[in-house]
Design a protein around this ligand. Sequence first.
Ligand SMILES: [Mg+2]
Length: 253
Amino acid sequence: MQPIREVLLFLFLAIFSKATGMKSCYNSRATVLSDGSSYCLSWRLAVEANNVRAWRTVPTRCLRYVESYMIDGQYDRDVELIVEQILSYVNQIVLSNNGMDAWILDVDDTCISNVFYYRGKRYGCDPYDPSGFRAWALKGGCPGIPAVVGLFNTLVDDGFKVILVTGRDEETFGQITRDNLHNQGFYGYDRLIMRTAADKGKSAVVYKSEIRKQLMEEGYTIWGNVGDQWSDLQGECPGNRTFKLPNPMYFVP
Ligand SMILES: [Mg+2]
């Protein structure tokens, strides 16, 4: 009996939607499936949950989906919701006020955005291009991510020592990164830690773990750690709480 009931329901919905001019659930579902966004939503969710790992490019069929996600508002809403969660956690923290209450923020696609660079790389459908990214970063024109600029200022005002930790190397990108951060409203942080010659070749997890371990040995309490990559948040001394920002455009191992 079940298939007959489903056919009758479908016919009823089709007639009803025709009569009322409404788009039926069946029609919108078919549209979602035919344009591939259903697959791409699943892909993005799997990427964000770290179920898909070490991926090199966005599936070509998801180009329009990722483009729309990044620039039509959903990315911003997702970041805003995460920042709301961070702030509700921050409000529960009782600071020691000994100058050692630290908070770690990643830089690229956490504080400042590379979405305009990735627009030219088909939002990650094209493979990673080190020289292209280098040229982009050296322009120092990455816009601040608005919700994170607000978070940063709240953390500084509340008395956290905000420590920015980035995989960018000091020699090539030191001054331009400081300038870019400053012109996007990131000032008043405690330190900006970048890769030195000694960090060359280290994976992001190893490099960032070593820095956090060093900070804890110096006596810092790492209350929170925010990044757009899992490699910002994994390894040793990750912080009392970690927060993963969305990034469906690239994966840093
Ligand atoms: Mg990043």
